[in-house]
Design a protein. Structure first.
Lengths: 391, 309
């Protein structure tokens, strides 16, 4: 009897243990990236942290492609300051808390001269104090919450900020005669909360009414309770302040509840996944964005052609902004003539009229770019240009 | 009082509750026969949704020749079989060798299995959420009084009801059900009376996992997107549902599931009226858990039993 139990333990545990061991080995080798000598004087290390996996993976993937393209382009042209550039990318898995960890690790291990990241404001806000403390310039491609650059004088961004974006959306709704709006906000994201506040401010001051205010948290799947409440207040349009995953689900559940009014969102909607999840439910909805691939300007068309030949897909705003952020950094390095942190910081801060894909970039005293926004509409699963709104 | 609004919220809550109920049944049945909480159950639910996705992908070429309800049923059935096999496999590999050990050992192993499944799924399927195909054509049906219900919600409610009825039949009217009840009552006496305990335990795991798979498919149908960590929260809420109904009690688990789904939806839907922000929706289940443990630890339908010394 005793032997029986023993043999049972052995046979039961063996394949199980082997499986665990195999998986652990896999994780170990995946974590152990090839490490070049950090202090190589012949190269300049550029850091990047992005959400390559997880809930907002589309942002990180796009941004990374933009950064990679800029670095490859600069290296093909002989590098910057006579040195080759080396890009170090860390994945923060779209998780709160992870951005701070990976940026801290990247700074201590790889000693980057500057860091590009993140798209989501909450995660930029996590990493910004660390970059500020270590006096490493950080350029966020697409974080629109004003608090991001308020962290300190080493933090920059190349996109507009939410007081502007909120006003753009409010103005657009009022122009279309939608005076009664409902709001559905992702309370877990600084970006969404900020956007809602600025939207509300402009909208109510200019004759609009907020008939219902509801909220959710990133990662929620069921929005029918909030939408049912919204439905009973008969809004003419609904602002969905949040990221594309939830926006897609909200759109399809709204249509299931027979809510027919248009949904509006900010740049957090910009991802091919938006229509993948929601399908037809997304048709006719609007969102504000940084650029439109339908823009006929040579800068955009040139970028489009280069991007398509490299990645065989169309760029979105995140890749364009990340490309711009990286190119702006290289431009500043050239103007500074050095990668010394204080000189590089000053050079980035004095950027003026830099010709970028998403419009000329001039950084103001608060280290923000002042640029125009576009309104896009989802038609036949594509993002169609509606209008440009200047600041 | 806005009755249309309330009715709509009740429909939303019931279809969410149906999913919790199906998961909760697995917790409660395993607890019934083995007296331990299988914390990997929420991840079996997740695997069920992924199984549905891939079964649908593989069989898609054959679907054009069959009616929609039949193909959806086929996806459901195959996913349930896959998860039943997975449940039995988990029991054989992870829990059976530990059956003579203390319950705590098995409990911790269950948490390990849960992590292995969710991170294994992330390795296999990727971390990005995947869209779930529409198994049946989803239409919104307008009921009188500005209330609407979708085809998917109807299907979820009806199939859940059928599954609950057939589960009751299995447990109450079949020999296997009798053996399950005997094992739950007294394992030693059951095995002395010639009940094949190993077979019964395997069967229980298979049955519970199949129900979890159906819940996974329904969840994916209603909420369209699936990811490797989707099982964690519904799993824990269903666990609360099982405790609420009286863990070990099958009718109680179903009741608890529906109650948790309803309360959660109503709290979010009427958050303005009762002053609880919707962000607390996940906290609702746990507040209920604390209250139950404080005032009626045996659950609504559970019998309080004295710990044998």
């Amino acid at each position: 009897m005793k032997r029986n139990i023993l043999s049972r333990v052995d046979f039961g545990a063996l394949p199980w243990g082997a499986l665990v061991a195999t998986l652990l080995c896999g994780l170990f080798f995946a974590g152990c990236k090839k490490k070049d000598s950090a202090g190589n004087p012949e190269e300049i290390v550029i850091g990047e942290f992005a959400s390559l996996t997880g809930a907002t993976a589309s942002f990180g993937q796009s941004a990374h492609k933009g950064v990679r393209m800029a670095v490859d382009e600069a290296n093909a042209n002989g590098g910057v300051l006579g040195k080759k550039l080396r890009l170090v990318t860390e994945d923060d898995q779209s998780k709160a808390g992870e951005a701070a960890t990976v940026v801290r690790r990247m700074i201590s291990r790889e000693k980057p001269v500057a860091i590009i990241g993140e798209v989501a404001s909450s995660r930029s806000l996590e990493a910004a104090p660390i970059c500020q403390q270590n006096k490493i310039p950080m350029i966020s491609p697409a974080s629109t919450n004003p608090k991001v650059t308020q962290t300190g004088d080493y933090i920059f961004r190349v996109c507009f900020i939410d007081p502007f974006q909120g006003a753009v959306l409010a103005k657009f709704m009022l122009q279309r005669g939608w005076k009664n709006a409902a709001i559905l906000t992702d309370v877990k994201q600084d970006y969404a909360v900020g956007l809602t506040d600025f939207f509300k401010d402009y909208f109510t001051k200019n004759g609009g009414f907020i008939v219902s205010e509801q909220s959710y948290s990133s990662g929620d799947k069921d929005f029918k309770a909030q939408l049912t409440s919204i439905r009973s207040t008969n809004p003419e349009a609904i602002l969905v302040a949040g990221y594309y995953n939830e926006a897609g689900l909200i759109a399809s559940q709204a249509r299931e509840l027979d809510i027919k009014v248009p949904l509006l969102g900010g740049d957090g909607w910009d991802s091919p996944s938006l229509v993948e999840v929601a399908g037809d439910a997304m048709e006719g909805n609007f969102f504000s964005n940084h650029f439109s691939a339908e823009d006929k300007s040579p800068a955009v068309q040139d970028f489009l052609a280069k991007y398509k030949s490299k990645y065989l897909e169309s760029p979105d705003a995140m890749s364009a902004l990340a490309y711009d952020a990286t190119m702006l950094l290289f431009d500043a390095m050239k103007r500074a003539g050095t990668t010394d942190s204080a000189a590089l910081r000053d050079a980035i801060a004095s950027t003026s009229g830099f010709p970028a894909v998403t419009g000329n970039i001039t950084l103001d005293a608060n280290r923000n770019a002042s640029k125009s926004a576009v309104i896009l509409q989802i038609q036949n699963g594509k993002f169609r240009f509606v209008e440009t709104v200047a600041p | 009082m806005d009755w249309a609004n309330l009715t709509q919220q009740l429909i939303n809550g019931l279809s969410l509750g149906a999913i919790y109920a199906l998961i909760a049944l697995g917790y409660t049945m395993v607890y019934g026969v083995l007296r331990f909480i299988n914390f990997a159950h929420g991840d079996v639910f997740m695997i069920g949704a992924f199984a549905g996705l891939y079964v649908h992908r593989w069989l898609k070429p054959f679907f054009q020749w069959m009616p929609e309800f039949f193909s959806a049923f086929l996806v459901l059935l195959l996913s349930m079989c896959i998860c039943a096999a997975l449940g039995i496999l988990i029991e054989k590999l992870a829990y059976k060798p530990l059956r003579q050990r203390s319950r705590l050992t098995v409990l911790i192993t269950a948490i390990g299995v849960s992590l292995l499944l969710s991170y294994g799924a992330q390795l296999l399927f990727g971390a990005a959420p995947k869209g779930f195909p529409q198994l049946i054509k989803n239409e919104t049906h307008n009921l009188p009084g500005a209330v609407s219900i979708t085809t998917e919600q109807i299907v979820v409610l009806v199939v859940t009801f059928l599954l609950l009825v057939s589960l009751r039949f299995i447990v109450q009217k079949t020999r296997m059900g009798l053996a399950m009840r005997a094992l739950s009552n007294n394992p030693t006496a059951a095995s002395l009376m010639g009940v094949n305990t190993d077979a019964v335990i395997s069967f229980t795991f298979g049955l519970g996992s199949a129900l979890a798979a159906s819940a996974g498919i329904f969840f994916a149908m209603l909420y369209q997107a699936i990811d490797p960590f989707m099982g964690i929260l519904p799993g824990i809420k269903a666990f609360v549902a099982a405790v609420l109904g009286g863990v070990g009690n099958i009718a109680g688990a179903a009741l608890g599931g529906f109650l948790i789904g309803l309360v959660e939806t109503l709290v979010v839907g009427y958050s303005k009226n009762i002053g609880i922000p919707p962000g607390f929706r996940d906290a609702v289940a746990f507040v209920i858990l604390i209250l139950i443990l404080m005032f009626k630890p045996a659950g609504i339908l559970g019998k309080s039993e004295r710990e044998k010394v």
